[in-house]
Write a protein that binds this ligand. Structure first.
Ligand code: LIP
Length: 270
């Protein structure tokens, strides 16, 4: 495990890198159309030159600077990963340069820079920068969660009789269970949203603005930071890293604790 000074240095670097990465993404969004030319990694799964440029910046400022490994959405395993591209060592950055790329390309504000850090396999640092709102969500394992420096807590079911639940979905899974879950939530008098960024989805749960985030498959780079945010804000998350969650993704349920049993029963995510 890394000592306190090592974690302090990494958290400071992640905060600075998130802001620099956010500024780069925003500048590229406002710049020549070429930066927004999309390549499609899968059906409706987009990547732009902005995604790639931002990830290169994060790799330089974080993984290369500290000599740590990195897993990123656009370049996969890199940094100090072994020649085989396998994860090496106990210090891993898990980054999504622009989470919510579909929104980013279209000009919707729900996109964010997401930076997670795993120390010996444990989600330890989380930084999510909602650039268009200038909201910087930060969490460190055992030290709480903040937004722009102010402490945050999950909702505690303050709107107990009318929960607000965000559902994520992608073409990586069938639409049927997603539609069935919507019908179940409506039957339970729950409101639902789909905003298109899992990183922001978990940040809003941590901030108490929504009561839960559910997605039947999500990748580690989307939520590695959000796991720390929700847990440090007093929330519950499913065991996302179980099995080969880190490299192949898993379902995610993140919520205020009062909703966990009910949503685990509705979704089958425990
Ligand atoms: C997105 C996730 C979202 C999911 C999308 C996509 P990206 O990440 O944040 O929750 O439903 O399919 O994976 O691709 O914008 O970085």
């Amino acid at each position: 495990m890394i000592d306190e000074d090592g974690l302090d240095a990494r958290l400071d670097a992640a905060i600075a890198a998130a802001r620099e990465a956010g500024a780069l993404a925003a500048a590229m969004r406002a710049g020549p159309e070429a930066a927004l030319a999309v390549t499609e990694k899968g059906v409706l799964d987009l990547c732009t030159e902005a995604d790639r440029a931002v990830e290169r910046l994060l790799r330089t400022k974080l993984a290369d600077h500290f000599g740590d490994a990195v897993l990123g959405e656009e370049y996969g395993l890199g940094g100090t990963a072994g020649a085989s591209g396998q994860l090496t060592g106990e210090r891993l950055w898990v980054v999504d340069p622009i989470d919510g790329t579909f929104n980013f390309v279209h000009g919707l504000p729900q996109w964010a820079v997401s930076i997670g850090f795993l120390d010996a396999g444990v989600p330890t640092l989380g930084v999510v920068y909602h650039v268009t709102a200038d909201e910087l969500f930060v969490a460190r394992r055992g030290a709480g969660a903040t937004v722009n420096g102010a402490p945050i807590q999950v909702s505690g079911m303050r709107h107990a009789d009318r929960p607000l639940i965000e559902l994520g979905w992608s073409r990586r899974r069938s639409i049927t269970p997603y539609l069935e879950l919507i019908a179940k939530l409506i039957g339970e008098d729950c409101e639902f949203r789909r905003l298109g960024s899992a990183a922001l989805g978990l940040a809003q749960v941590a901030a108490g603005r929504t009561d839960a985030y559910v997605e039947f498959h999500i990748n580690a780079w989307d939520i590695a930071a959000g796991l720390v945010l929700v847990r440090e804000a007093g929330g519950w998350t499913s065991d996302f890293l179980a099995g080969d969650g880190l490299t192949r993704g898993n379902p995610i349920l993140a919520c205020t604790p009062g909703l966990q049993a009910r949503l685990s029963a509705l979704t089958g995510i425990a």
